[in-house]
Design a binder for this molecule. Structure first.
Ligand SMILES: [Zn+2]
Length: 367
């Protein structure tokens, strides 16, 4: 893979601990023999002792060992086995309360679990469990169950305790929110860093890198357009997206089939539909995009509508570039755009129609 950035740009990125470069390159330090992610919190090495590699594999082949602080080999995308087991149990039974004592009984160190949840969900394991329970309560209310019943059913000893808890999370009373739609939000890990994924009962409505600017604005827009509340949790669309995204980053999936739910203006919808027709491993210019929707003068409007795309990667706005071949813009950052284009370019060259077969094997192996 050709380097996207020069030395100065990469060094500046590690000084800023810029998460947009996660997975784009790795930093190796000659004096310690260790290599890191760009976001590593360990002390920054002097520029003269640093070299950069496009992949972790390349750093290893040059004799470097993985840093114990940022763990560059624990590729974003893998979940430790003990966490996977905990999540599966909680999904099967949201009422389950797994305490520190229970963790120790299983030989798991509570601090380790807390760290993982803080890092990947921005909250402790116990807060995560409370979130699941309140999520379940929310669904009961939505189905029309009485607030009192729901409060007691979910282990609250008093109605006011339940209402207070609910209000502190949703900024509204239980009865007021029950009439709204639900958008589920889940954090997904990818080789290019963590992403937020959102879906309604109809389909995926958002997939963005967690460091994307204006993310709060997008959430607010979705809430408003769908008359919905955003709740942590999952649904069949998010589960399908997670699988497809993993296959995409494994290079075995070229076309997403997960359902989309992207309420917007007719013009933007037209532009986004057109984006979905750009084949894997190819690019189009903004001009071509404008031509295809039958309005050659709408280049600026097309570029703007591309920028409004909320479902990164799946709606491939990264495949649109300037007519001179320059990358122009990308909400996830230009290094990620270049990475995606290089990745797809190489994959589409090296594969001769074997993609589908590999996905089938991959899925079977996972079950
Ligand atoms: Zn490190």
């Amino acid at each position: 893979m050709k380097p996207v950035l020069d030395f100065q740009q990469q060094y500046a990125a590690i000084v800023r601990k810029d998460a947009r470069y996660e997975g784009v390159f790795f930093t190796a330090v000659r004096t310690t023999g260790i290599f890191c992610r760009p976001t590593c919190t360990a002390r920054k090495p002097k520029p003269e002792n640093v070299e950069f590699f496009p992949t972790a594999k390349a750093a290893i082949l040059h004799g470097y060992r993985a840093c114990k602080v940022c763990r560059p080999l624990e590729q974003a995308g893998t979940i430790p086995g003990y966490v996977e087991t905990l999540l599966a149990e909680l999904q099967a039974n949201p009422d389950l309360k797994i305490r520190d004592y229970d963790l120790r009984q299983r030989g798991i160190e509570p601090a380790q679990v807390r760290r993982w949840f803080k890092q990947h969900h921005g909250m402790t394991f116990h807060a995560y469990q409370r979130m699941l329970r309140i999520n379940k309560a929310y669904h009961q209310l939505q189905r029309g169950e009485r607030v009192t019943d729901v409060a007691y059913d979910n282990g609250y000893e008093s109605l006011s305790g339940f209402q207070e808890r609910f209000k502190s999370i949703f900024q509204a009373n239980p009865s007021a929110l029950a009439a709204q739609n639900v958008i589920h939000i889940q954090r997904l890990l990818t080789p290019l860093g963590p992403m937020y994924a959102c879906a309604t009962d109809q389909g995926v409505c958002l997939l963005e890198f967690t460091d994307r600017r204006m993310l709060e604005t997008e959430f607010a827009d979705l809430r408003k357009r769908l008359q919905a509340v955003i709740l942590p949790g999952t649904n069949p669309h998010l589960q399908q997206l997670e699988k497809e995204l993993a296959a995409y980053f494994a290079g075995t999936l070229h076309t997403f089939t997960v359902a989309l739910h992207t309420p917007t203006t007719p013009f933007r919808q037209q532009v986004w539909d057109e984006l979905l027709t750009i084949p894997y491993g190819t690019t189009r210019s903004y001009q071509e995009q404008a031509g295809r929707i039958g309005n050659l003068r709408a280049v600026r409007a097309v570029a703007s509508a591309n920028g409004q795309n909320r479902v990164a990667i799946v709606i491939p706005c990264h495949r649109v570039i300037g007519s001179d071949g320059s990358l122009t813009g990308y909400a996830g950052g230009l290094p990620r755009k270049q990475w995606l284009l290089d990745f797809e370019g190489e994959r589409s060259k090296s594969e001769v129609g074997s993609g589908k077969w590999e996905v089938a094997v991959c899925k079977r192996g996972k079950v």
